[in-house]
Design a binder for this molecule. Sequence first.
Ligand code: CAA
Length: 385
Amino acid sequence: MSTAGIHDLELATTHHVLDMADLAAARGVDPNKYLVGIGQSRMSVPAPDEDVVTMAATAASRLLERHGTEDLRALLVATETGVDQSKAVATFVHGMLGLPSSVRSVELKQACYGGTAALQMALGIVAREPSARVLVISTDVARYALGTPGEPTQGAAAVAMLVTAEPALLAIEPVSGLATIDVDDFWRPNDSTTAVVDGALSMGAYQNSLTAAWDDFAARGGAPIEQIDRFVHHQPFTKMARKAHMTLARHTGVRLSGAQMESGLAYNRELGNSYTASLYVALASLLDAEDDLAGKRVGLFSYGSGSVGEFFTGIVGEDYLAVRRPEADRAVIEDRVPVGVEEYMALHRRVLSSEEDAETPRVTRAPFRFAGIQGRARRYEATGR
Ligand code: CAA
């Protein structure tokens, strides 16, 4: 049986952070609606010189500092916040990291599910060539129009994962449950910088996808639910993961405890929705929070509106504690610089047109920045940090 999986991972987020209590006050909403009802405390807000490319390159550079580029055969970047209709985010990142030309680079998209598609593709590459290593990056900025119900469920993050044949963190088990259901619950038209969503429909579609994916998983001989020790679910907002957990318990008729998914909520509560990255932010949160997970089975539910869902499982490595770096992850979250609502709204409204050359102000403290537009192309540079 293949034991390929996630060998190590690294988080990145934005320079700024907005407190949900401040947003609630500005919108005339009871703060507990956001803090308790939706389950979000803060959300990441990109600086003018940050985007999905800079977050992806930042997370990946920290990962490769530890693991090098030897035998790296592919760089797969999942995002639903692509910066170009043709050139892959992966190709920008490949150049920024100075990777060998023998690394294939591609971008994958299916809403928030893209990261899991990239992970499965990486597992396929490693199964065919066990000495190969694959860098998978999920990176997104969740953006809804100002003043809409989706606004408190914005956020941003990237997770870079190294997929290998002998993973230290999580060996992915071979059975997956899949559910593709064509539904217009959430999408982003080509001429829009913000998502369009039917909130109630999207929550129902998420739960239908979960039960359908679970049924497929069970029919294909996946682990019985009683043998799954922890759960991480895609988290557009943390309350959604609680709803997913209850739906799974109801659907299977098996009593599941809240404690089986609680540790996976902490980071998402701080970062907000990060679309493709959100499930893997939750995995990082779980692995950082608990120190007795060696050999335990984790169930993961990945959901991408539109829609594709996948339920799969992984076994936590015996030496996972030697690889995890919880202090570094917490520093990524704690080092963000607070913004007020006015500044957040100004940043939200700032969209550069590719028609005009522009330089961005130097704000980010990350190792890479988006320098601006020149000759209709996006320019990135290292900051030397
Ligand atoms: N104190 C405590 N709780 C309160 C409260 C208060 N004062 N006021 C309201 N609440 C609770 C409500 O009871 C509700 O909780 P329950 O769902 O458990 O009943 C919760 O706060 C939210 O209240 P509303 O339903 O009234 O909120 P809303 O209609 O304004 O918006 C939303 C909620 C539809 C999720 C909206 O934020 C949205 O559209 N978000 C974007 C879409 C989304 O994330 N969908 C999730 C599935 S799709 C997906 O997963 C893909 C993806 O990443 C986008």
